[in-house]
Design a protein around this ligand. Structure first.
Ligand code: TEU
Ligand code: CA
Length: 569
């Protein structure tokens, strides 16, 4: 049994500042907009607010390219607005966490400006510079690594004639964590500056990439490309745990919570080392197992048909296993700003099924152990935008680079481009980034001006205003599930998880247990009625319905996309 910490029972609400609420009519969300909706957030049953990067930034990657940790992006507001927001959250008994983006900075950050100015600049080694290698007299980058946004991870810098490393955009040079001075500066500027102003913790961006490890060529997995997937080389490098232990000494002084992003780490033992309480590194991480289900081996190279329920169940199991019998902690999430909408990906966004699907996924999540994360709009059942939208509606560099890559590779083949667009319609990060659907008024009630991204067309059937007063809404159901989760906190948030019949392709059924208490959760992931029979091992038990997504009596067949929780006597 592990120690109870405030963040374990937390329900986190993630805000994407550009798209949450615009207070001054410039079409861009802002801090005052967030402030105006804190009561709404609180009313859902949330107790921790996470805001995505609001730091000053040229916005090449929507603020994940920070040019000044100690300032706010002016369209979002000021440091003073942040101080007010922290205070307003605390007044409402909510915590506030920030996004800590310290694997890289913007190329406009003064540290990088100095670093690139000369080979002898004192900050030269704060970033990762390497000479070219020459193959038959042709200049080549130091290795063949593929970047997260396509192309090489190396950018040639004319001025000093060396390459610098950028795992993401060229405008996001990677900091050199091997350099102690750089680490100290990061802690001071990116962490202590905000901890001293009262923030309660961080979501830590790409936390397993600080130590790069072996920089040799990655194995060839894509014959058609010069650049090869290298995630297993640049993640979880040899000094990762040393760096995180060092960083933890600062966090511990403030009792700050951390949730790190942990991609490309399928091995549970590796994940556990990050989140085990004894190791004192991070409190919890986001594993990518669940959100990667339905994605192919290469980015976007997939179809909706890649999704199978057994794969989904075993991915969920890998998150729950961090708790069982050891001192780790885990997270429960299906969405964030990097993922398309969960209803569209894991259930059905067809008009007749979307509300059912939203409730079913809410019930399933509420039944899982760990700290819960809800992404803005998920509580309303917002879904992906449709295939009919023009390519110009995709604003994310990840989507546009991918589309350009396909165009180049196939010489603009219409079939290849149509397939690329279909993949983006299913998986692009843009779907999470459209303005919040606040009301069925112009600009979705998000702004008085034309928003920076097109709002969804379906605000007539899905908006916060309407759902607040509708007892049958997805929002009302989320509130109910979060209340149930609080009421059965031990069992639902801390309990052991056991999946039943993992091979079943239609139902997700699992048992939660905490001491003598037990519950069984069953979700129908299909469009068909399912003649569910109580599993043999539960036959002798007395089952009483705790909640159903369709308000049935818990007897008989499961309706399409119905979810139920029973308590076992
Ligand atoms: O994401 C890092 C990450 O590992 C991925 O999920 C990333 O979104 C994916 O490779 C792109 O397809 C984090 C942030 O969440 C993301 O928004 C940033 O773009 C990225 O880091 C760079 O800071
Ligand atoms: Ca604004």
């Amino acid at each position: 049994v592990t120690e109870r910490k405030w963040w374990k029972d937390g329900v986190v609400y993630q805000i994407y500042p550009a798209s949450f609420k615009d207070s001054n009519g410039d079409g861009i969300g802002d801090l005052k907009g967030i402030m105006s909706e804190l009561d709404y957030i609180k009313s859902i049953g949330v107790n921790i607010v996470w805001i995505c990067p609001m730091y000053d930034s040229p916005q090449v990657d929507m603020g994940y390219d920070v040019s000044d940790y100690e300032n706010v992006y002016p369209p979002y507001g000021t440091v003073q607005d942040m101080e007010n927001l922290i205070a307003e959250c605390h007044t409402r008994d909510m915590k506030l966490i920030l996004d800590l983006v310290i694997n890289h900075t913007s190329d406009q950050h003064k540290w990088f400006q100095e670093s690139r100015s000369s080979k002898t600049n004192p900050k030269r080694n704060w970033y990762i510079w390497r000479p070219a290698r020459y193959v038959d007299g042709v200049r080549k980058p130091p290795n063949n690594w593929l970047g997260n946004f396509m192309g090489s991870v190396w950018q040639w810098d004319e001025h000093t004639e060396e390459y610098y490393l950028h795992l993401f955009c060229p405008e996001q040079p990677d900091l050199n964590w091997e350099n102690e001075e750089a680490r100290k500066a990061i802690y001071k500027s990116a962490m202590e500056f905000w901890l001293d102003r009262g923030v309660d913790g961080f979501r830590v961006d790409t936390v397993n990439m600080y130590s790069k490890g072996d920089m040799s060529d990655a194995p060839i997995t894509d014959e058609d490309s010069e650049w090869q997937f290298a995630g297993f080389q640049y993640c979880n490098g040899p000094r990762m745990h040393e760096f995180l232990s060092e960083m933890n000494t600062i966090l511990a002084r403030y009792d700050a919570m951390t949730v790190g992003e942990c991609p490309h780490t399928p091995e549970l033992s590796k994940v556990l080392k990050y989140v085990s309480a004894g190791e004192k590194q991070l409190d919890m991480v986001f594993q990518f197992d669940v959100v990667d289900v339905g994605q192919g081996p290469y980015k976007f190279q997939t179809t909706p048909f890649n999704f199978t329920l057994p794969r989904f169940k075993s991915a969920v199991q890998r998150t729950q296993d961090l708790i069982k019998g050891n001192d780790g902690w885990t997270t429960v999430f299906l969405e964030n700003h990097d993922q398309a909408r969960s209803i569209s990906r894991f259930a059905s966004d067809a008009p007749e099924f979307r509300i059912r699907s939203g409730k079913m996924l809410s019930l399933m999540m509420a039944g899982l152990s760990g700290t819960m994360f809800i992404y803005q709009g998920q509580e309303l059942g917002m879904v992906n935008f449709p295939i009919e939208w023009d390519m110009s509606e995709f604003k994310d560099v990840d989507s546009t680079n991918y589309y350009k890559m396909v165009a180049n590779r196939t010489n603009n083949s219409p079939t290849a481009l149509a397939a690329a667009k279909a993949s983006l319609q299913h998986l692009a990060r843009d779907h999470a980034r459209v303005p919040m659907s606040w009301s069925n008024t112009p600009n979705a009630g998000f702004s008085t001006a034309k928003p920076w991204m097109r709002p969804l067309d379906d605000t007539a059937v899905c908006n916060a205003d309407q759902q607040k007063s509708d007892k049958t809404s997805v929002l009302a159901f989320w509130k109910r599930m979060l209340a149930i989760r609080r009421q059965y906190n031990d069992l639902l948030v801390h309990g052991d998880f056991e999946v039943l019949d993992i091979q079943d392709k239609e139902l997700f059924c699992f048992v939660k247990s905490w001491q003598e208490r037990r519950a069984v959760v069953v979700c129908n992931f299909t469009k068909e009625t399912n003649s569910w029979k109580v599993p043999d091992q539960l036959k002798k038990e007395k089952m009483s319905l705790l909640v159903s997504t369709v308000d049935g009596d818990g007897e008989g067949d499961l309706e399409p996309y119905e979810g139920r929780i029973y308590l076992l006597a």
